[in-house]
Design a protein around this ligand. Structure first.
Ligand SMILES: Cc1ncc(COP(=O)(O)O)c(C=O)c1O
Length: 407
């Protein structure tokens, strides 16, 4: 009898199954449309040139060592990251009503923020339906007791269900935490407009909810990190206290380096030392301290105008390739006279789109065309490139024609 003999497998994750099937598939024209990471037009991972050159510079810098970083990370990093998010002219920055905490990418920043809030007595959190699949388990594992959903997606229009969203948040109990995607919503690709963000801020204020922003795709909507931070900057300008988990996985391509920042905005700066001491306690018991090289890379770029401009060019080149793929896919679908309206593909932004394809259509595409997508119909645009976009469009056209959606 072993201690482990009674153990049962955890819930299978659809994405891992899909990836395994894709890797084992020997068909030459196979396509993977579930990447959570950027791919070049050659279908390859892309190390940003600015990151490559900095790695060389830093590896020759004899003044750097591999000592532990402080528990809350490099302060120059977290200050620079928070400034990039909120802007130098942000009232929170000017009035020093903020702190930043370097953490293990976006996920780690969400996790330490969630655990802090749960320790402070928060029990209920709201996520958009649908949302990034990790949000629920992450907040529950951090100590929250109940996950509720607010409506986000209208499957008929393939757009945001704004009325549903407001209606659900308007019924939320006072003090609940509400997760809001800053931009490039994962998985739908649909974001609120500036006017809608104003209305969301009104309801969050009215119901006294605590906003916890998740910023994983800053730069991927407009190609400009300033414009993409509109929502969180608006909330700060309106005087909200808030958390925002920032990820540098996508916009720096530093996926496996695990670099992120938890920005905390408060009304009274006097509370910051106590907040930091509580988070120090959480981090000490979880991973002790964060990694160094990636923090130095991001700090260097954010504080050096030449490197910063190169980085902006790199972000623009990624976001414009995704925009081009959206445009081409829609044009080919229209050209093939594919049943349905595909405008939403170009109205959505970022890495993903909820295409509206049904599970049976997706299954057909996997089996007949070896095109791997989640059954939700979420397409990762980064998997498209000039070599496969026509092939994918043709498969969609055939699947939609053979299995019309009954609404
Ligand atoms: C919405 C969202 N939040 C957070 C993350 C976390 O990413 P990371 O931990 O790599 O920063 C992701 C990753 O895909 C995401 O899509």
């Amino acid at each position: 009898m072993s201690f482990f003999s009674e153990i049962e497998s955890g819930e299978p994750v659809e994405m891992y199954k899909l990836k395994k099937a894709y890797l084992e598939d020997t068909f030459e024209k196979k396509v993977f449309l579930s990447f959570g990471a950027y791919r070049s037009d050659e279908g390859k991972p892309w190390v940003l040139p600015v990151v490559r050159s900095l790695e060389k510079i830093l590896s020759h810098d004899e003044s750097l060592n591999k000592e532990y970083l402080p528990t809350l990370g490099l302060e120059t990093f977290s200050t620079s990251a928070t400034t990039m998010l909120l802007g130098l002219d942000s009232p929170a920055i000017i009035q020093k009503r903020y702190c930043g905490i370097q953490s293990i990418s976006g996920t780690g920043s969400l996790r330490i923020g969630a655990e802090f809030l749960a320790n402070m007595g928060k029990k209920i959190f709201y996520v958009p339906n649908p949302t990034w699949e990790n949000h629920k388990r992450l907040f529950l594992q951090a100590g929250f007791e109940e996950c509720r959903e607010y409506r986000y997606w209208n499957p008929t229009t393939h757009r945001l269900d704004f009325e549903g969203l407001i209606d659900d948040l308007d019924k939320a109990p006072q003090d609940a935490v509400v997760i809001l995607h800053v931009c490039a919503h994962n998985p739908t690709g649909a974001d609120p407009t500036p006017e809608q963000w104003n209305k969301i801020a009104n309801v969050v204020h009215k119901r006294m909810l605590f906003p916890f922003f998740d910023c994983a795709y800053q730069g991927f909507v407009t190609g400009n990190v300033i414009d993409d931070a509109y929502s969180v900057r608006l909330f700060v300008s309106l005087g909200f206290e808030l958390f925002c988990a920032q990820s540098f996985s996508k916009n720096f391509g530093l996926y496996n380096e695990r670099i992120g920042n938890l920005t905390i905005v408060v009304n009274n700066p006097d509370v910051i030392p106590a907040i930091k001491s509580q988070i120090t306690y959480i981090v000490n018991g979880m991973y002790f301290n964060p990694p160094g090289l990636c923090a130095r890379i991001v700090t260097y770029v954010l504080n050096n105008s030449t490197m910063y401009n190169q980085w902006q060019d790199n972000v623009r080149s990624m976001s414009s390739r995704l925009l081009l793929m959206r445009k081409q896919l829609k044009e080919i679908l229209d050209h093939l006279e594919t049943p349905g309206n595909w405008n939403h593909l170009v109205e959505h932004s970022g890495f993903f789109s909820y295409t509206g394809l049904t599970p049976i259509q997706v299954e057909y595409m996997v089996n007949k065309y070896h095109i791997y997508m989640l059954t939700s119909g979420r397409m990762s645009i980064t998997g498209l490139n000039s070599n496969n976009v026509y092939y994918v469009a043709k498969a969609i056209c055939e699947a939609v024609s053979l299995f019309p959606q009954i609404l």
